[in-house]
Design a protein around this ligand. Structure first.
Ligand SMILES: CC(C)(COP(=O)(O)OP(=O)(O)OC[C@H]1O[C@@H](n2cnc3c(N)ncnc32)[C@H](O[C@H]2O[C@H](COP(=O)(O)OP(=O)(O)OP(=O)(O)O)[C@@H](O)[C@H]2O)[C@@H]1O)[C@@H](O)C(=O)NCCC(=O)NCCS
Ligand SMILES: Nc1ncnc2[nH]cnc12
Length: 278
């Protein structure tokens, strides 16, 4: 696939994800949930602003002749510029910070793997990111708390590696959870993507959620709520829909976000589009 075509699939993944509703703890076309500073329109602007960057990432992976860690270093430089452009497109709102990082990596990895028959996409990601946590977290414990990002704070306080750990693992929540769940799902596309999101939430350590809640105890609660939706028959069933609506209301009332899980859904949709399953 041409890099421009891969970037278009990545942009579609961003737009599909925000269109799914009702998504607990997330912006959708009906409600902004616990994100009053964003709406579906902010996400449309943000998604379109990222397409040139996603093309650059796919082009880099497509033509790369250096090592995989060097490929990641080049993406990181492009990512810093893309993050700036995203904030300019959204008037300073953090719509897709996690997706800039993760979707850029995956777009490059898919393009690279398409040119090298002996490697898998997940293997390329792992090759690019070996040692990422060790590198990024070195020295953060010595920094003043006020200078730490949410992810760095959770690492210092609880040893959680967040988006970096998930990425370094080769996005197991996408390849081992999200994609198999999507392939096994049924119903309308909206219902299938809701069930896929719930499957991700049952297994994923969403550090965005933990950061918002201010306690680790939120994680098993959210995982149990998502599992209950699936056990009730998922988004296709009346009982599942009732639980999903309750979960949506709970997350809004408690100002809880599932931003990290949304990013894993974006990556899952992208891979399903790439593999022709969607
Ligand atoms: C490595 C970076 C991602 C930077 O990491 P950093 O330490 O700055 O940030 P984190 O706090 O760790 O997370 C950044 C975003 O990643 C998403 N995320 C969080 N946890 C996870 C997780 N466990 N797995 C995957 N992804 C995760 C999350 O983004 C989503 O949530 C955002 C919306 O939530 P909200 O609470 O509203 O946002 P806040 O900004 O916290 O606002 P308020 O609470 O104040 O209202 C939304 O963006 C979602 O996408 C985290 O926000 C990477 O940025 C980095 O290295 N940057 C340097 C440049 C670079 O490398 N670029 C990429 C090149 S490929
Ligand atoms: N729909 C959404 N709502 C809030 N944060 C997100 N990050 C990615 N998608 C999101």
């Amino acid at each position: 696939m041409k890099p421009e075509e891969l970037a278009r699939l990545a942009t579609r993944a961003l737009l599909y994800e925000v269109s799914v509703n009702p998504k607990p703890g997330l912006v959708d076309p009906v409600t902004s949930g616990p994100h009053p500073d964003m709406s579906v329109f902010t996400f449309i602007d943000s998604s379109l602003s990222l397409q040139p960057y996603l093309t650059i990432c796919a082009q880099a992976g497509d033509g790369w002749v250096g090592t995989l860690p060097e490929l990641f270093a080049s993406l990181r430089r492009a990512g810093i510029t893309a993050e700036r452009e995203m904030f300019a497109a959204t008037n300073g709102v953090n719509t897709h910070k996690g997706a800039v990082f993760s979707l850029g990596i995956l777009a490059a990895a898919v393009a690279f793997a398409e040119k090298h028959a002996d490697v898998s996409v997940q293997g390329v990601v792992q090759g690019m990111l070996a040692g990422l946590c060790e590198h990024d977290f070195a020295g953060v414990k010595d920094l003043p708390k006020s200078e730490l990002t949410a992810g760095e704070t959770l690492y210092v306080e609880h040893g959680l590696t967040g988006v970096r750990g998930e990425a370094e693992s080769g996005y197991s929540s996408v390849f081992d959870v999200g994609l198999p769940a999507f392939k096994a799902s049924s119903g309308t596309l909206n219902e299938r993507l809701l069930d896929t999101l719930m499957a991700i939430v049952t297994k994923f350590t969403d550090t965005n959620l933990i950061h918002r809640a201010g306690t680790l105890a939120i994680l098993p609660k959210a995982q149990a709520q998502a599992q209950a939706v699936l056990d009730a028959g998922g988004a296709q069933s009346e009982a599942g829909r009732v639980l999903l609506d309750q979960m949506n209301d709970d997350f809004s009332a408690q100002n809880l976000s599932l931003g990290g899980s949304a990013d894993m859904l974006i990556l899952t949709i992208f891979m399903a589009l790439v593999e022709g399953d969607l």
